[in-house]
Design a protein. Structure first.
Length: 138
């Protein structure tokens, strides 16, 4: 990762960071926030909020903890307006991350989602798993 590198981290990686801060996805988010620039869009934040509100997380985190995490992500991230729409992913719900990366001029998209990983690279954008992202030299 280059200092100031612009990165998109998908919802699954962010949720993993919340649940297991020292996990590989947790390390990814910490690295991006510490040394780079985390990018979000309205659609990405809405998806994160929707997933965090699901009852399946009740045994692990209070609603307040999940809301606090969402506010933190919004506060530390750069919000990117989506000007150019993209329809390229076999799961159309994941197009929002491609749109965010391209519109935000991201250097990398980090995900564990096979529907996105199969597109690597997308218009020159590396799409990496959390493990592959951490393995890159700084």
């Amino acid at each position: 990762m280059q200092a100031g590198e612009r990165a998109v981290v998908d919802t699954g990686v962010l949720i993993s960071r919340l649940l297991l801060p020292k996990s590989v996805p947790g390390q990814v988010v910490s690295k991006v926030v510490s040394y780079g620039r985390l990018l979000v869009s309205t659609a990405a934040v809405e998806e994160l909020a929707d997933v965090l509100a699901r009852p399946k997380f009740d045994p692990y985190l209070t609603v307040a903890e999940r809301q606090r995490f969402l506010r933190l992500v919004v506060r530390v991230a750069e919000r990117v307006p989506i000007i150019h729409r993209i329809e390229a992913c076999r799961d159309p719900k994941d197009d929002k991350f491609l749109e965010l990366a391209i519109n935000g001029k991201a250097a990398v998209l980090v995900t564990g989602d096979d529907d996105l990983l199969v597109l690597n690279p997308f218009r020159g954008l590396p799409i990496l798993t959390p493990t592959d992202y951490l393995a890159r030299p700084m």
